[in-house]
Design a protein. Structure first.
Length: 156
C-alpha cells in the first residue's frame, strides 16, 4: 500500500475533530426501556485535512494524487495523532483535494475529507491489565514503555 510521501511533502494539518460513524443501535422495548448494542466491531471515521504546500510541493502533490492515488480513489497510509500517539492508519479521500484548493499566504492550500478505515485504540488485554493494577495515570508511561519493550523485543 502507498504511504504518504513524508520525505517530499510536509505533514498535512488536521482541521477539526475526528468524527466516528455511529455504531450503536438502540431498540425501544414495550416496557419503555431501551436495549443498546454495538452494530459493528469497527466503523470508519472521518477527518478534515489541509495540505499547505509551496509551489513545487503542490506540483508534486497534484501528480501524486492523480497518478499514484489514481485521481484520489486509492487508499494510502497516513500518520494521524490520536490519544495513543502518532499512529499510521489506512485512509482514503472522501472528497478529492484537487477539487478544493487555493493560494493563501504564498502557499497552495488543498482541503479534503479523509476516511480512516479503523481508528487505533489501546489493545483490550492492555486495558484490562492496567485497569486491574489500579495505578494512577501518572505511572502509566513507564509501565507502557516496559510492556512495549517486553512484547516487541521478546523479553518474556
Amino acid at each position: 500500500m502507498t504511504e504518504y510521501p513524508y520525505g517530499i511533502l510536509p505533514s498535512p494539518h488536521f482541521a477539526g475533530a475526528v468524527k466516528q460513524q455511529p455504531n450503536l443501535l438502540r431498540s425501544g422495548m414495550s416496557s419503555g426501556r431501551s436495549r443498546v448494542r454495538r452494530r459493528f466491531e469497527a466503523v470508519p471515521a472521518q477527518l478534515k485535512v489541509e495540505f499547505r504546500l509551496k509551489e513545487d510541493e503542490a506540483a508534486f502533490f497534484d501528480g501524486w494524487v492523480e497518478h499514484v492515488l489514481k485521481g484520489a480513489s486509492a487508499p494510502f497510509l497516513l500518520n494521524i495523532r490520536l490519544p495513543i500517539g502518532l499512529v499510521q492508519h489506512q485512509v482514503e479521500f472522501v472528497s478529492s483535494p484537487l477539487e478544493d484548493f487555493k493560494l493563501r499566504g504564498g502557499k497552495w492550500v488543498y482541503s479534503a475529507t479523509i476516511q480512516i478505515k479503523r481508528l487505533s485504540v489501546i489493545n483490550s488485554d492492555l486495558v484490562l491489565l492496567l485497569a486491574g493494577l489500579n495505578l494512577p495515570l501518572t505511572e502509566w508511561p513507564g509501565l507502557l514503555d516496559a510492556v512495549e519493550l517486553t512484547v516487541n523485543h521478546n523479553n518474556f
